[in-house]
Design a protein around this ligand. Structure first.
Ligand SMILES: Nc1ncnc2c1ncn2[C@@H]1O[C@H](COP(=O)(O)OP(=O)(O)OP(=O)(O)O)[C@@H](O)[C@H]1O
Ligand SMILES: [K+]
Ligand SMILES: [Mg+2]
Length: 679
């Protein structure tokens, strides 16, 4: 299902062709009014067109020049629309390819829950409430709930975990996901989501959501752009009396065209495309955002909370050895550990069973009949079984099991536990009938390369905090090895929530990821909450981003995407504003040199005529938008660095560049325009 989505080429014709048309539709002033800078440009383009028609009617010689100016002004609006349409088209293409990964499969539909007479239909024809039979080798045709049977199911298509999981009727392992494969046995499944309404479908609808809400940052920037537009409007309006007073003649068409070259058209035209492209980069990483705001917040994150197990270390902690306490035989501890784990479906539990079976003679577990299983929970930090013969077995975090035994630790126990913990392993204390027997060593392995990623985050000024239910010694060992900035040990979901609130109270933006129902409050509280796709519905409801790969390290990538979005917008804004300021000095002298010969000294560019100056400036203004479309879609190159360093770098490249480029560009265009005698 949620396989990596293919990337579309930057200027993929399949995206470009519809975008060329969509850009025309976007010329509708009712749509354009939400982008004030481009709306003003369109009004100016329309006025210039009217002036051209008047010139034509009067037989004025300037008609050809005014026509050219009008055409370039229309191009300006059109290409800004085109940039936005391209960004939207790429997002849509991505959603389509996401959808195509959900393939159609045959389904064995049952007339009633009690029969086994099947009718083979397409998965697409299934409706909520339908009952289907899935047997070994079948693909589960839709999201649903097991109502009969037990089966092992390979869910690697959505979870990436290769070990099959047990799904059975009743209880909390009854939910099955469309697209997963039954490995053994059979299930009768009641369909809970009809095709087109599965979780992934709803996510796709969000990606496509054409009515994208502006983020608060975008709104603030828009206000700034409107402010600049008003200032330049005043500048141009007040120029008119000067021109009239001096008795010189500068056509009205020139003056209003001048307005477009001075207002921030570049960023005004590309702003929306930059935002859409940011969302699209996330989808490319197989992450779906519920709002653009979450993506921006990710770029501003100060503190990143990461779980230890599965994020910093490999998900499956493997049992590595059994260490009995004095007076306990090792096979006895091993057997007790095996029994205590028989009903434990966690990776830790499975690995204890596996290791114990390897060490013990065959057939041992047949002597045990389980009366009641005690499942692991993050609150109790313990799991086990009660046997029919009255034996109670538990294993779990040392302090939790000691509390269950109502005893304190002994010197030998403390030694064993500390040795394991200091090596970064998780010690699990095993007890029978409230008497400690010994310790299981769960090996925890730090993922390779994670240290470098934390170093990158530190360079960006993001503080990383590792959270674990493990003891402080193990936590410290792993924290040091992974290179996180801080850690919280023996954490419960409540502690997590507290920590988030504390950070936020200090004015920090917090990001975290989670999957369980008990993560939901923390996910909702965090500024950026990434829910795993395999997580509970509550977690997915609470998060503002959802990772379809259910990869907790994705949080790091999400922060990078957010930063790149903010930096792309900042860089292009700097460039755009520097450009407009430069144009003021580049064209005003040329435009007024005939009226005020004194300005000749300022006409450093030596533009050939006022007409050529204004036409060249308008052409340059349109071409800059086209030239920057790829940058807006792809995002500016981004290497992790502190905000101050990035700001300096950007001011240098985009600020200085923005000041210089118009002088060169307008001069070059002026040479062409005058050579071709266009003005
Ligand atoms: N299957 C299990 N049975 C019994 N005890 C367990 C089991 N799994 C973990 N524990 C104990 O409970 C503690 C807390 O586990 P929990 O899964 O909440 O946190 P963690 O895995 O250490 O960290 P993370 O929050 O990154 O998952 C562990 O440190 C371990 O001592
Ligand atoms: K401009
Ligand atoms: Mg865990």
């Amino acid at each position: 299902m949620a396989k990596k989505v293919q990337d579309t080429a930057l200027l993929d014709p399949a995206v470009m062709r519809p975008a060329l048309l969509a850009a025309l539709h976007k010329l509708d002033p009712r749509a354009l009014v939400s982008n004030p800078v481009m709306f003003v440009t369109e009004v100016v383009a329309a006025l210039t067109t009217l002036l051209f028609l008047r010139n034509l009617a009067l037989g004025s010689g300037a008609a050809f020049l005014v026509a050219q100016i009008a055409a370039w002004l229309w191009f300006t609006v059109y290409f800004a629309n085109f940039a936005e349409a391209m960004a939207e088209g790429r997002g849509k293409a991505r959603a389509d390819s996401l959808r195509s990964t959900q393939s159609e499969t045959p389904a064995k539909k049952l007339a009633s829950p009690d029969t086994r007479d099947v009718e083979t239909v397409s998965s697409r024809s299934l409706r909520t409430g339908d009952i289907v039979l899935v047997e070994a080798g079948d693909i589960v045709p839709a999201d649903g709930e097991a109502i009969d049977g037990v089966a092992s199911v390979d869910e690697s298509a959505i979870t990436g975990e290769s070990a099959p999981v047990i799904r059975e009727a009743g209880g909390d392992r009854s939910s099955v996901t469309g697209g997963t494969r039954v490995v053994s046995d059979w299930l009768k499944v009641r369909v809970t989501a009809k095709p087109g309404e599965s979780f992934l479908d709803r996510m796709i609808a969000l990606v496509e959501g054409a009515k994208r809400q502006k983020t608060p940052n975008e709104i603030a920037l828009n206000i700034l752009l409107v402010g600049m537009t008003i200032i330049f409007l005043l500048v141009v309006v007040t120029l008119e009396p000067f021109v009239a007073y001096s008795g010189a003649f500068v056509p009205v068409a020139y003056l209003i065209a001048l307005l477009v070259t001075l207002i921030p058209t570049t960023i005004g035209g590309l702003l929306s495309a930059i935002g859409v492209a940011g969302m699209d980069r996330l989808v490319k990483a197989n992450v779906v955002a519920k709002s653009g705001r979450a993506v921006e917040a990710a770029g501003d994150v100060d503190t990143l909370l990461l779980d230890k197990t599965g994020t910093i270390t490999f998900g499956a902690r493997m049992a590595d050895g059994f260490y009995p306490l004095p007076g306990v035989r090792e096979p006895d501890l091993t057997e007790a550990s095996l029994y205590a784990s028989l009903s434990d479906e966690t990776p830790e539990g499975r690995s204890v069973v596996e290791l114990a079976r390897k060490l013990l003679p065959r057939g041992v577990e047949q002597r045990a009949s389980v009366k009641q299983a005690v499942a692991f929970s993050a609150q109790t930090r313990m799991s086990g079984v009660d046997l029919v013969d009255g034996t109670e077995l538990r294993k779990g975090a040392t302090d939790a099991v000691l509390a269950w035994c109502e005893t304190g630790s002994s010197k030998t126990l403390t030694d064993i536990v500390e040795r394991i913990a200091k090596s970064g392993g998780t010690p699990l204390l095993v007890a029978r009938d409230r008497r400690p027997l010994g310790v299981i060593h769960l090996k925890d392995i730090v993922k390779p390369g994670i240290r470098e990623r934390f170093a990158e985050l530190r360079r960006m000024g993001v503080r990383t905090v590792m959270i674990t239910g493990d003891n402080p010694l193990t936590a410290a060992a792993i924290a040091a090895e992974a290179g996180v900035d801080d850690f919280l040990a023996e954490a419960t979901p409540e502690n997590k929530l507290e920590l988030i609130r504390k950070e936020q109270a200090e004015g920090k933006l917090v990001a975290m990821c989670g999957d369980g129902s008990n993560d939901a409050p923390a996910l909702a509280q965090a500024d950026v909450g990434v829910a795993m796709n395999t997580g509970t519905p509550a977690a997915k409801e609470a998060g503002n981003l959802i990772d379809l790969d259910s990869d907790p390290t994705k949080l790091i990538e999400i922060v990078m995407v957010g930063k790149q979005l903010l930096i792309s917008r900042g860089s292009l804004t700097t460039f755009s504003i520097a450009n407009d300021v430069a144009k003021y000095f580049a064209i005003l002298p040329a435009l007024f040199v005939t009226a005020y010969p004194g300005l000749g000294a300022l006409n450093v560019m030596g533009l050939s005529s006022p007409g050529s100056a204004i036409l060249s400036a308008v052409i340059f203004n349109a071409l800059v938008i086209i030239a920057l479309i790829p940058l807006a879609l792809k995002g500016v190159k981004y290497t992790p660095a502190s905000a101050a360093k990035l700001l300096r770098h950007n001011l240098l490249i985009y600020g200085l560049g923005g000041l210089v480029v118009p002088f060169i560009g307008i001069k070059a265009i002026d040479l062409v325009v005058s050579a071709l005698a266009l003005a």
